[in-house]
Ligand binder design. Structure first.
Ligand code: FAD
Length: 417
């Protein structure tokens, strides 16, 4: 097609250059169909936490996509093999520079800022379709004001999403009987379920150390409360050090009395029972492997929430809103933590998975862009079903594990029929 007859590219605004916004940018940047504008409020990437990505992100067959020791059967129940196949086929078009990065990240543990920086550098290094970047804190009215008819906006602004609660036309917060029936829910377009309050504790250990369910039980046997439960995939030996991350459940009162981030020294002075519990756990690792902790504990306290946007797109605005409203005239999608969130170290993978699907849909020339709203809504719902079931299963199993040895407590948590 000559440049005179070529349609002008569709403008895509991506709000938020965290891992998911960056991945979407890198995916959509690779085609002449879109001109991408990326907005980010942070000036540099400084988040040092280590993260792990799921291997299904780089799966190349339905069987390898489904293989998972927690929820293999749920995946087969939620997704039709043809849908998984379609998702895998869409992935074939991912440029090789990007696929190489993804493969590397699914091998082990990686600092979050290394993922962000590599994606950001890759976007900037590509010459053919440059991305326009703006450093700004974009609020919802500004985001809507910049939308012209036919524009695409993808909100990747994380758990405090800029546009999530704007996507339900005429919705009033809490004005919804389904939300009243649930343990915790908030936001005009947000369903939120609080699973627990937790300390996420990370430390480095100077020997190879691996963990399984037996280890989690045995090493906590003398801890009546505040059991430290490492996440299996979060003990990672890099050749000289093992990175260990795990969760200690705390009460809402403990949570209120703690700062958002602290170290082992602060824990010892202010919550000695939690510190003693950690010490007992670590002493048992040392007995087995004769190593030492390197440095101090790094601790953050967070509520572990499962949540989702009831509308993950502007579909409802197009159906029922005034036609001249910016959200009705353009195509808006939520991706990453903006669309849904889950605890237990799985959200980036979930966000990446949805981002790859969305980029694949938007790239399909046989599909009118407006039809992608329905497809993405359905897909986001399926991913929500998966992560909801998976997270509830992990939480339930974790609750049972901490009661092993105490038959009454264990029986109280077992509900059969
Ligand atoms: C301790 C801890 C450990 C974790 N470990 C794992 C793990 O092992 N594996 C895993 O999969 N997940 C893990 N997670 C979760 C993971 O970090 C998040 O799911 C992931 O960062 C979400 O990516 P995102 O791009 O959707 O959102 P974010 O990372 O939150 O990025 C949002 C971006 O949008 C920008 N932004 C926000 N508002 C605006 C605005 N108004 N204007 C402009 N820019 C804006 C922000 O600055 C940010 O850069 C962990 C989380 C925690 C807290």
């Amino acid at each position: 097609m000559s440049s005179e007859t070529r349609p002008s590219p569709v403008r895509v605004h991506i709000l938020g250059a965290g891992p998911v916004g960056l991945l979407l940018t890198a995916l959509l940047q690779s085609t002449e169909r879109f001109s991408v504008h990326l907005y980010e409020k942070r000036r540099e990437y400084t988040r040092t936490r280590m993260v792990q990505l799921a291997s299904y992100l780089v799966a190349d067959s339905v069987a390898s996509y489904c293989t998972d020791y927690i929820d293999e059967e749920s995946v087969l129940a939620v997704f039709d093999p043809r849908e998984i196949d379609e998702g895998l086929a869409l992935r074939q078009s991912i440029p090789s520079d990007l696929m190489t990065l993804l493969r590397g990240w699914t091998q082990g543990f990686c600092p979050l800022n290394a993922i962000e920086r590599s994606l950001s550098d890759l976007i900037d290094a590509r010459q053919s379709y440059p991305v326009q970047r703006t450093t700004a804190n974009v609020a919802a009215p500004e985001a809507m004001a910049m939308l012209e008819p036919g524009d695409i906006l993808i909100d990747c602004t994380g758990s405090r999403s800029v546009l999530r609660d704007e996507l339900a036309p005429n919705a009033a917060a809490g004005d919804d009987c389904s939300s009243r029936a649930l343990p915790a829910a908030d936001g005009a377009n947000t369903l939120q379920i609080r699973l627990e309050y937790a300390l996420v504790i990370t430390f480095l250990y100077g020997q190879a150390y691996d963990c399984n369910e037996h280890c989690k039980y045995i090493k906590n046997i003398d801890n009546p409360h505040y059991k430290f439960i490492p996440a299996v995939n979060r003990t990672y030996y890099d050749g000289s050090l093992t990175h260990v991350t795990g969760i200690v459940t705390i009460s809402a009162e403990d949570y209120e009395r703690m700062p958002s981030r602290f170290d082992g020294h602060w824990l010892r002075s202010n919550f000695p029972h939690v510190a003693e519990s950690m010490d007992r756990f670590i002493a048992k690792i040392k007995e087995e492997t004769n190593g030492e902790i390197v440095g101090d504990l790094e601790i953050i306290r967070i509520p572990l929430d499962l949540y989702r946007a009831r509308n993950a797109t502007s579909r409802e605005w197009r159906r029922t809103g005034p036609a001249d409203h910016p959200l009705a005239r353009s195509l808006v999608y939520l991706a990453g933590d903006s669309a849904m969130g889950s605890p237990y170290f799985q959200s980036i993978s979930l966000g990446f998975e949805c981002a790859m699907f969305l980029a694949g849909l938007l790239g399909r020339r046989d599909l009118p862009l407006a039809d992608t709203l329905d497809r993405y809504e359905f897909y986001a719902y399926q991913q929500w079903m998966r992560v909801y079931m998976r997270s509830k299963m992990i939480k339930h199993n974790k609750d049972l594990l901490v009661s092993v040895g105490n038959t009454d407590a264990l029986l109280e948590k077992l509900h059969i029929y």
